[in-house]
Design a protein around this ligand. Structure first.
Ligand SMILES: Cc1cc2nc3c(=O)[nH]c(=O)nc-3n(C[C@H](O)[C@H](O)[C@H](O)COP(=O)(O)O)c2cc1C
Length: 389
């Protein structure tokens, strides 16, 4: 069973992940993980924090000579900003400074429910961990899972479909293969696959920034190469659609997830909603459309896995919303932390990681193996079985 845990505060000394359950022999290269970390740091509308950090992974356990050993992996990303926060996040009781607490919870953030739950009077104890800084170590974990999936010729990519209500035209999305859309998006500071939209997006983000406001948006993650039969209809928690939805929804600020045409399916008649089945001796069973996003009955059907996600606007506003002080219970404006204006491009990269982790887990459940060669043998035998069905 592939599992991972992360620890670390946004301004603490480091972020850590422990990953257990990967077979031996999976290629792991720090440079490849760092490339993914750099992708997460980019995007027009990010805050100053991303200028302070240059995320680099350290591989501290479970990897030898560029391959996993089968032991649990330990990954670390150091926070450069820690130098500025040593005193405020000190572990020593003597360092407590009265009056430095965050006591005006930000609407839309974890500050208030977290303080009520943990009985804290200083929201810093909550926001340091609720912060999406955690997604850096998740992206590092996802990078290792991407390297594992690549061994089976499965790739995961993404692109942004809308920011602040400005959408990439449906016709543009429909006209071009998703891989090509993702390639174009890779060159865009908004990760949109339409360079023609960038000027308008830049104006929109600048406008909202001047107004002390923030933006959300939508993105799509695609996984290509997954064979049919991954996930299962048998139990609620074995359905791959549900598991992918949970993986994406677990990303900070993601408030909606759809599989394939998702919400648009609800308005279509059945005749236009489902993907007809065809057969070819070379290809086996296939579909000419992919409205289901590659998943039927919670099982992959051999087409691309296509998941969409909606991100709400960033909750920290430089022109803050109304809030109430945790101590005095008096009305105040919410506190302000250094913050992004728009992080949808970064969220799409995090989405890739979330999907890669969940697909790796599902793949290992089906094909197991203590060494990659064993997993590959099991995978190849199953693919032969499907081809000769
Ligand atoms: C990549 C990324 C970057 C984010 N950056 C910020 C930020 O700079 N400031 C902020 O207030 N929220 C940011 N968020 C969103 C918050 O972390 C999130 O809204 C908060 O933890 C509350 O969780 P919820 O929105 O899922 O309810 C970011 C989210 C992501 C995915």
């Amino acid at each position: 069973m592939l599992t991972y845990l992360t620890a670390g505060e946004s301004h603490g000394p480091q972020l850590t992940a422990i990953i257990s359950g990967l077979p031996a022999g999976v290629p792991v290269a720090a440079a490849e993980i760092n490339r993914e970390l750099a992708r997460r740091q980019q995007g027009y509308g990010r805050g100053q924090r991303m200028q302070i950090e240059t995320d680099q992974v350290e591989l501290l356990a479970g990897v030898r000579f560029g391959e996993t050993t089968g032991n649990p992996l330990t990954l670390v990303i150091r926070n450069r900003d820690w130098e500025n926060w040593r005193q405020q996040l000190s572990t020593a009781a003597a360092d407590r400074e009265a009056g430095r607490e965050v006591t005006r919870p930000r609407p839309g953030h974890a500050d208030l429910p977290g303080c009520l739950k943990f009985n804290h009077r200083d929201a810093r104890n909550i926001l340091e961990r609720a912060s999406a800084r955690e997604t850096a170590i998740r992206v590092a974990t996802g990078a290792i899972c991407k390297a594992f999936l690549a061994q089976f010729e499965i790739e995961v990519f993404s692109y942004v479909t809308a920011i602040g209500g400005l959408e990439v035209a449906t016709a543009t999305l429909a006209a071009v293969d998703d891989r090509e859309l993702a390639r174009t998006a890779e060159k865009s500071p908004f990760r949109v696959p339409d360079p023609g939209l960038e000027e308008e997006l830049r104006r929109l983000v600048d406008q909202r920034q001047t107004a002390g406001d923030t933006l959300g948006g939508t993105f799509r993650v695609v996984a290509r190469g997954l064979p049919p039969g991954i996930g299962s209809h048998i139990q609620a928690d074995t359905r791959l659609d549900g598991r992918l939805a949970a993986a994406l929804m677990s990303i900070q600020a993601i408030k909606g997830v759809e599989i394939g045409l998702g919400f648009r399916l609800a308005a279509l008649p059945g005749s236009q909603a489902h993907d007809e089945i065809f057969y070819d001796r070379q290809r086996g069973f296939y579909h000419r459309t992919n409205r289901a996003g590659g998943l039927e009955g919670g099982i992959s059907n051999g087409e691309d896995i296509v998941v969409g996600a909606a991100m709400k606007p960033i909750p920290t506003l430089y022109q803050p919303l109304r809030s109430v002080d945790l101590h005095s219970k008096e009305p105040f404006q919410a506190s302000v932390e250094r913050s992004d204006i728009c992080a949808v491009p970064a969220a799409a990269v995090v989405g890739e990681a979330a999907v890669a982790i969940e697909l790796s887990r599902a793949l290992l459940e089906k094909f197991a193996g203590d060494h990659l060669e064993e997993t590959k043998r099991n995978f190849a035998a199953y693919c032969r079985q499907v081809r000769s069905y």
